[in-house]
Write a protein that binds this ligand. Structure first.
Ligand code: ADP
Ligand code: MG
Length: 390
């Protein structure tokens, strides 16, 4: 990675301002998945062990520029304190004289968590005066919020105008893995793409088609390709305004783009609907494609077993319904078994890999949904671009 990290700067005795991605899912005020907090621990622990004090900041949910009690970072402070085994003080806000005094009083090894940055509209507008107020709380800025790296906000980009800025270990890890997908991967390089829509993934297909040896298509997006080829797809999800794009991609990609050969179809969009497995030429009116079929899984398995690098984005079917999750889970299991660098990007894909129980058996599950997608599209992420070069 060509950006400086926490390893490249002196931390002893410093007060570090760190942006983390603590945007965790909440259910009835409790954290239902603390993976994002855990993902920040290596950087937090390293900074504290180096003899620095730490001011942490994050957004949570969409408070739309207003202080909302239900989107307070209080549950995060509690969970983080449990995971670190040391106290974490929650500030009453993220800026202002009281917060400034709390930050100034920090001793080496002490942790202050600022309240939700999006309680202020100035966060998302990247207001310079607001960014300067945040920057006053530390002497050095560390960004480890990969999930928000595609947003130029005050706490991700604005503060870098006022403080030396380096990456944390999570951002470093994300760039190292996702960078293989967009840079110089070991071949054969296979990309698996699924999800609901082609339109959301055109940038990814276009960027990776030139680099990959095969692009395996699944999920709802396959339907648009089928229709573009003139196949009957019944009531399947389709994007009619993406048909021209699909045709152009098919022509450009040739046999690099691989489509499913069979599908699990249902007579309604419901887990308990009637379902059957059919060839992709046998879909009847009134039925809809909700998963890839077993012959497709076998075909994809053969291609994946030969791969040295695999990137997967987008579920193969409507995996939220157990009866249509088999294709997605089968691909997850294949990725866990093969001898290749396996990289998972996308929020729903990451959830599918978790549910399949193989998150620990793939090389990397990206913590950034939108950010990983933009990275795979080859876009520059402003939160990373703003960090100091090596
Ligand atoms: P990611 O978050 O990993 O980038 P997407 O958001 O692009 O993935 O796509 C995930 C969604 O695609 C899921 O909600 C899933 O139900 C839906 N999906 C997958 N296959 C189909 C299908 N055949 N028909 C309708 N929706 C589908
Ligand atoms: Mg998604």
């Amino acid at each position: 990675m060509d950006k400086k990290t926490v390893r490249d700067v002196e931390l002893k005795g410093k007060r570090v301002l760190m942006r983390a991605d603590f945007n965790v899912p909440l259910q009835d005020g409790a954290i239902s998945d603390d993976n994002r907090i855990r993902a920040a621990l290596p950087t937090i622990t390293y900074i504290l062990e180096q003899g620095a004090s730490l001011v942490l900041m994050s957004h949570l949910g969409r408070p739309k520029g207003q202080a909302k009690l239900e989107l307070s970072l209080a549950p995060v402070a509690k969970r983080l304190s449990e995971l670190l085994g040391r106290p974490v003080t929650l500030a009453p806000d993220c800026v202002g004289p009281e917060v400034k005094a709390l930050a100034a009083a920090l001793q080496p090894g002490e942790v202050l968590l600022l309240e939700n940055t999006r309680f202020h509209a100035a966060e998302k507008t990247n207001d310079p005066a607001f960014a300067a107020q945040l920057a006053e709380l530390g002497e050095l800025f560390v960004n480890d919020a990969f999930g928000t790296a595609h947003r130029a906000h005050a706490s991700t980009v604005g503060v870098t105008q006022y403080l030396p800025a380096v990456a944390g270990f999570l951002i470093e890890k994300e760039i190292n893995f996702l960078g293989r997908a967009t840079g110089k991967p070991e071949h054969p390089y296979v990309v698996v793409l699924g999800g609901a829509k082609v339109s959301g993934k055109i940038g990814v297909i276009q960027n990776l088609l030139g680099k990959a040896d095969k692009v395996l298509i699944g999920g709802g997006m396959a339907n648009t390709f089928f229709k573009a080829q003139g196949l009957e797809i019944g009531d399947s999800l389709v994007e009619d305004d993406a048909l021209d794009t699909a045709r152009a991609l098919l022509a450009e990609a040739g046999d690099k783009l691989v489509l499913p050969v069979d599908a699990v179809v249902a007579n309604a969009f419901a887990n308990e609907a009637h379902r059957k497995t059919v060839g992709v030429h046998e879909v009847e009116p009134g039925w809809r494609i909700l998963d890839i079929g077993p012959a497709t899984v076998d075909h994809y398995r053969q291609i994946l077993e030969a791969a040295r690098t695999v990137v997967w984005n987008g579920p193969m079917g409507v995996f939220e319904m157990p009866n249509f999750a088999q294709g997605t889970f089968a691909i997850a299991e294949i990725l866990a078994e093969i001898d290749a660098i396996t990289i998972i990007g996308g929020g729903d894909s990451a959830a599918a890999v978790q549910q399949a129980g193989v998150a620990g058996k793939v090389s990397h599950v990206s913590t950034g949904g939108g950010a990983s997608l933009e990275f795979l599209e080859g876009k520059t992420l402003p939160g990373i671009a703003a960090l100091a070069d090596k």
